[in-house]
Design a binder for this molecule. Sequence first.
Ligand code: MIC
Ligand code: SF4
Length: 680
Amino acid sequence: MSFTLAEKILREHIVKDACKNTEIPFDKPIKRGSDIAIRIDQTLTQDATGTMAYLQFETIGIPRVKTELSVSYIDHNTLQTDYRNMDDHRYLQSIAAKYGLYFSRPGNGICHQVHLERFGIPGKTLLGSDSHTPTGGGIGMIAIGAGGLDVAVAMGGGAFHLAMPKIFGVKLSGKLQKGVGAKDIILEVLRQESVKGGVGAIYEYFGEGISNLTVPQRATITNMGAELGATCSIFPSDETTKAFLEAMGRGSAWTEKKPDENAVYDKIIEIDLDKLSSLAACPHSPDAIKTIESLAGKKVEQVVIGSCTNSSLDDLTAVAAIVDGKHIAPGVEAGIAPGSRTTMLMAEKCGVLGKLIKAGFRILESACGPCIGMGFAPNSQGVTLRTFNRNFKGRSGTSDASVYLVSPETAACAAITGFITDPKTIDFTKPVKDGISMLSGNAAGLSCEDIKAIASDDGMIIPPLNSEDAAKIEIIRGPNIKPCPKSPACAPSLKIPVLLKAKDNVSTDDIMPAGTKVLPLRSNIPEISKFTLERLDTTFYERAIKCQEEQKNLPETEKGCIIVGGENYGQGSSREHAALAPMYLGVRCVLVKSFARIHKANLINYGIIPVTFKNSSDYDLINTGDILEIINIKEALETGSDFKIQVNGKEITGENTLDERSRKILISGGLAVYTRNGGQ
Ligand code: MIC
Ligand code: SF4
């Protein structure tokens, strides 16, 4: 039997005991959608999700992480306007020392970029408490984003459960033309597939076109596969991967990983790179794709190069080639945030950084920064071109700004002209000499020795302590770190009000915004809950508190509230605060047309019941303020039957899409209790 690469790696990691009820046939593909459990080799966390993940990990009560490697990164909350973010950094550093993790210090770079450079290994599994963890697919890993609690369980040696994804093939042919970047490939996939096209699927890239793509280019594509809603994306590990790992001083981590010949995909998308043109995701969705040609001439006020999608040396070099000897247009402010300290040092060594500074780029630190609204917000009603992956309304920090997601090449052209400009109309020399990564060659002007010397300097990564020294470490807990609230017990039935009715594609940024004001509260659920759903309804928090007060003396079955939503509810980030804060405010059930994968898992983990409309037209029968009665919660969770719901005198059906384990977790009152009680 021939298998795809993704299925091969998943099969190698199946934990048989944890998926007893699932058939894993040796001669045919695993049934799509069936519950599988996989062993996790590596984990990563970042500081904005990490504090909650480690607070949960501490309650599991094991002395040391059980993975092959776990890394705690500081990259999100680096704008320190008071004590709170640094308090969190110190907590995380002490946790890493105590429990056997690597600690990547602030300034070392964005978790996904650093992990690719320093730790990723082809064929391994990686689970990260960040939705862009699939970046690791650029070197042939099965790298999946998840909520912090799932990552805590994996660090404790538990398997990761997921529905066996469909595997979609993306066949690339030809070669990118001058001025067209890897970003344009993933924007083209988003154009074809939409932000919900990848839910329940893995995208596997193949075809002769991939040999022309460097590892950082591949990582741009697998990174932004998150915006498809996909479980992850993957490229084979080939000679290009080998060259990249060798350049990083990690050649021994390489093995070849490829699909079997004649592997069968659940569907195939074909992209001819010769014909691809420059694209942009227009406000306010990563799948609102238009050609740059059609947008050309639009005035631009801000340009930012960076984020985990496009901040490699390849990207910086492409920008430098375009802006070399020129100046940023007078009407534009431009910034650049190199993805890692390694990238920054290499850019400095080969002169790329100097060219950018000369052109007028403001050099931002190696961190997430403007991508998550941590500084560099655009002007009011501003047009900003960013090489990032998300452009949800308000995420930049300016609610009426228009954010266009573009390639570094397109961003660079706008920076010097002041208008959206098609790179093919600009005169510059394309820096890539051949198909092999610039990092292993010298197109950026670096010798292999230079690159190796810079890359292998892990001075900003603190390695794990031995068990004896680790045991002596005291955990540092500043006043900003508050315990994680407990999930409610499961009620047999519920008769509670609909507190909010939302539309399609509600993102976790809508449910729990980020940015300078809110991010420092990530370790303090009571405080952060005040911002719940404020982008959709500024009265939500007050109404939720009022509802809790009014229900104080009612029986448990009449306490709480419901959120109703449309398609793809909870798209975007892995932040479990988008489940935790609503849970804290009394949300007991979310009833929608469809869910995004990670958010649905987070709801289950925190004891909120995710239900989908059997008939999506029933959505129209419900309004904010209606009382909804779910008659058979206990029975539905025990047997898997559908949910019987009464509203406005009508009976509607809520589809029970929960696998057996998820139902058990909900009956237990959340994953933490389920795990403590010995559940797998
Ligand atoms: C994001 O890009 O939205 C984030 C911030 O990296 C999130 C994680 C978080 O909210 O902390 C993600 O992508 O998962
Ligand atoms: Fe950081 Fe932005 Fe990447 Fe999220 S998408 S990890 S905020 S750079």
